[in-house]
Design a protein around this ligand. Structure first.
Ligand code: SF4
Ligand code: SF4
Length: 87
């Protein structure tokens, strides 16, 4: 059971601020997709500290990141013995 940050791409792509990517304490956890014009979370690296939620909501004033149970992520996931991967 994991609690994970998830970016709303619709909100994020309209803002294009990149702020959260500089504050996540986990290396290569929040990256930026030029294709989607949005930040995205690497599920297997997120430690659920919620710093990105605070940065996006209270500093950037965009409120594009929510915490979700991993089973409820919009883009889905698969659990294998070696870890969690996106499908
Ligand atoms: S802080 Fe929010 S709006 Fe800015 S890049 Fe991150 S998720 Fe997108
Ligand atoms: S909850 Fe913490 S570890 Fe997870 S993406 Fe946000 S800042 Fe990074």
């Amino acid at each position: 059971m994991y609690y994970i940050a998830e970016v709303d791409k619709g909100i994020c792509s309209a803002k294009n601020c990149h702020l959260c990517t500089t504050y996540c304490p986990e290396t290569n956890c929040i990256n930026y997709s030029e294709k989607d014009k949005s930040a995205y979370i690497s599920v297997d690296r997120c430690k659920a500290c919620e710093i990105c939620v605070y940065i996006c909501r209270d500093v950037a004033k965009n409120d594009a990141i929510k915490m979700k149970w991993v089973e409820e992520l919009d883009e889905g996931f698969m659990i294998k013995k070696s870890g969690i991967i996106l499908r």
